[in-house]
Each structure stands twice: as C-alpha cells, then as structure tokens.
Design a protein around this ligand. Structure first.
Ligand code: PLP
Length: 434
C-alpha cells in the first residue's frame, strides 16, 4: 500500500470516529428567542426597505467593541485595538469602531483609502503581496499608517516607495506562525528576524518598530499562547538596540465569538468525509457545535503568556487585530419567501451571492420566520434563487409555518459575509443601520 493511501485511510477513519458535540438546545433557543423578541423592530424596517436586506445594529457593534477592549485593558498595561476591515468592509462599521477608540487594520489600497476617507488617525497596513502603488499610498500617509512588512523583498520595495515620496515610514515585520504548509505564505521565518532587522537598519526611509503575527480561527488561545512563547525566545536573542526601539508586538486577530462554531452535519469531520465520499449527509435538524472560550478567558491566557515571555524582554505596547469577534453579531440578514414548492422546500428572493460563499452548507445558523414566529424548528430546505443547488440558507426554519411572502431572518451575519458578497445574478442586499 502506498504511504499516502495508508495515511489517508487513517485520517478518514479518525474523522469518521470523531464525535462532534451536539449544539445545546438551550443555547440555541436562547438566541432564537432573543431575535424573535426584536421581531417587530425588524418587520418595521422591512416595511420601509424591501428585502433582501442587511441590518447593521450599532448598539451590538458598540457593545462588542467595549467588551473586547475591557477584556484586554483589564489584564494588560498598554493595548492598541485595530479592527480588521476585511472582516466587514461596510464603511459605517469602521466609522463606528473608530468612534469607540479602535484603529483600523487594512490589507489593501482600497481598504487604506476607506480608512483615510474616514479620517482614521491610526492605521496598520498588513497582508502579503502589497503592490508598488499601495506601498507609495502608505508612505504618503506615513503619519497615520504603520506598514507591517511581509517579506525581505517587500522591505526593499517599501524603502524604494518611501524614498520616492521622501517619507520615513514606521514599520513592523510579520513573522510566520508556521513556516511549513499553507501558512508559509505569511511573513518571514522567525529565525530570519535578526537578518531582517539588520537589513531594515540599512533602510534610511524605514523605522522598524514592531513585530506582528496572526493565527486565525481560534476557539481557544492555545495556538497563540504557544507562538508567544516562541516569539519571546526569539526576541530575547535580538540585539539590545533593536529591543530598545521596539514599540509594539502585534498578536493579530482570530478570536472566535463566545457562542462557538455552529455546524451542519456536513461541516463536522465525519460529515465532510461522508460528503467527499458522495454518501448522503442529511440531518436537517442535526446541529453541531465547537465550543469557544469567552473573550475574558482569551485575554487572561494571552496576557499571562505575554507577561511570561514578552515583557521580560521588552515592555512594549501590545496590539490586537480582531475582526470576526467585533462584527459577527452586529449584522442580520433579512430575506423573503418567493416560492413555496412543497411543505419542506422553499425559494427566497436573495441568493447566497449576498454572502459570497456556500456558507450554510457547512455552518448552521437558525432561520427565523418573523411573519409566523414560534419556538419550534421545522425541517424545510431553504434555497436562494441562484442557478446552483449549493445556494442554500439552511435545512430548517423556526416558526409556526412558512408561506410565500414571509420574512425570514438569519442572525449573526456580520463577519466574512458582507465583504465577500458577489455581484452575481441577483442584486446585492442594501444595508440599513439602526
Ligand atoms: C493579518 C490579519 N489580522 C487580523 C485578521 C482578522 O481575523 P479575525 O477576523 O479572525 O479576528 C485577519 C484575518 O484574516 C488577518 O489576516
């Protein structure tokens, strides 16, 4: 047997044997009840603005900003908060988080342009593959922008861009959390930090002031804590003059909202294997769950790691780049039923181009029938109106029934939905801010 076959059959067995937790009904019902309680408010908006619609709830967004800031300010002396614009690039979201004392973390010239338009005073520009014009744009706005350099070559290009506009640019360097596999894409290897610092010291238009890393999709802070320990070891071997000049360590984003990850069966390890094997994966009422830690718990463990491994080497400012945690709960999506084809099959006015990906095949979010509210969940495949059967919102709805014209609400659609929307077949939902 080829080694790959052996490894893959082991992996398949392991996935099939993984027992995924069932989403606790009380937690699910608590959420559904909460959104039904606001039902009239949503219906009043729909009366003025026809569906499909995104509703941005300012109060929720502000509350998440405050909770996140409180959690980290309680445990760390000096913290900078930068909202990751990529997670939701609706300008009003950035405007609100700016008002709450966040800076902006941008990853392209377009995002930087928006940040400048919103008069953000504290911007970090991170991400691989920054183009020449983007580096010039950052350099021209160097008073407000710190560039997080992604490679040695980008350092050369930033030097060139900055000197071409006669600016001195504040910079940090991104280090890769895993220099093997797909995460190689990001940043430089940790062991190359001394060489990078040496090269930066010869760039007269660059002031290297910080180090950044980012680890995504963390239900708990274990991976970030592990990397902070490694980073601390590497920093302790850096020259004293570099450490004296170090102004920030940026520990990135990647904090999962505390309700955890809610999955359809097809999103569980066993479901993914079954799907790949073309076996039926069909449990409309089966909802699964990966628990996440609270933001206070993230903050406490990250701060403990920083105190143990970073502060003995440098007492610099700690920066954070949360995206999902801040905006996830602040946007809800409203749709209407256009065609009820059977008791358990309906088509809505919008397609999943509104969120830009086939999210609901694997992720579970309750679909609430605001027109016929009820605390029972009924099996029913809810499709969008695109020309693909993957255009699905879910396999059930909450309510006492479902008819054409009914208004449906899908909550918690604020992260990696609006910014991924695609202009494809159906018009994009407008956003109403309340
Ligand atoms: C560099 C960087 N920072 C922050 C984030 C935001 O991550 P999250 O939305 O998971 O907090 C991302 C997301 O891809 C990122 O690439």
């Amino acid at each position: 047997m080829m080694r790959t076959e052996k490894v893959s059959s082991q992996a398949v067995q392991q996935a099939l044997q993984t027992r995924s937790l069932v989403l606790p009904l009380e937690a699910l019902e608590r959420h559904v009840e909460g959104y039904f309680a606001d039902r009239q408010r949503y219906l009043d908006i729909i009366a003025l603005h026809p569906p499909p619609l995104y509703i941005l709830q300012t109060q929720i967004l502000e509350e998440r900003c405050r909770q996140f800031q409180d959690a980290f300010r309680k445990v760390l002396p000096e913290v900078g908060f930068y909202f990751a614009v990529k997670s939701n690039n609706y300008p009003e979201v950035s405007r609100i988080v700016l008002e709450k004392g966040f800076g902006l973390d941008v990853s392209s010239g377009a995002e930087l342009q928006m940040a400048l338009y919103l008069e953000a005073q504290d911007i970090i520009f991170s991400g691989p593959g920054k183009t020449g014009p983007e580096l010039v744009q950052a350099a021209v706005n160097a008073d407000r922008t710190v560039v997080l350099v992604d490679s040695f070559h980008e350092l050369d290009r930033l030097q060139e861009a900055a000197s071409s506009v006669q600016r001195r640019v504040r910079a940090g360097v991104r280090v890769s959390i895993d220099p093997t596999g797909l995460w190689r894409k990001f940043g430089i290897r940790l062991e190359d930090l001394p060489a990078f610092q040496q090269k930066a010291s010869t760039c007269d238009s660059i002031d290297l002031q910080g180090v950044q890393f980012h680890a995504s999709w963390n239900l708990d802070p274990g991976r970030q804590v592990g990397f902070i320990e490694k980073l601390g070891r590497s920093l302790s071997a850096m020259p004293a003059d570099f450490l004296q000049k170090l102004q920030f360590v940026d520990i990135g984003g990647g904090y999962w909202p505390s309700q955890g990850e809610w999955l359809q069966e097809a999103g569980t390890p066993a479901g993914m294997v079954l799907k790949a094997a073309c076996a039926p994966v069909n449990s409309p009422m089966g909802h699964f769950w990966n628990a996440a830690q609270s933001i206070d718990s993230f903050a406490a463990q990250l701060a403990a790691a920083i105190r143990s491994h970073i502060f003995p080497v440098t007492d610099c400012r700690i920066c954070l780049e949360p995206g999902r945690w801040i905006c996830n709960d602040s946007m809800q999506l409203l749709l209407s039923v256009v065609d009820k084809k059977a008791a358990d099959l309906a088509i809505t006015d919008a397609g999943t181009n509104a969120v830009g990906w086939e999210r609901f095949e694997t992720d579970y979010f309750p679909v609430l029938n605001l027109t016929r509210p009820g605390m029972q969940e009924n099996p029913c495949t809810l499709f969008g109106s695109l020309c693909t059967p993957h255009d699905v919102w879910g396999y059930s709805y909450w309510g006492t029934g479902l008819e054409e014209g009914d208004i449906l609400l899908i909550p918690m659609q604020g992260a990696y939905t609006y910014s991924l929307r695609q202009d494809f077949i159906k018009p994009l939902p407008q956003v109403v801010t309340i």
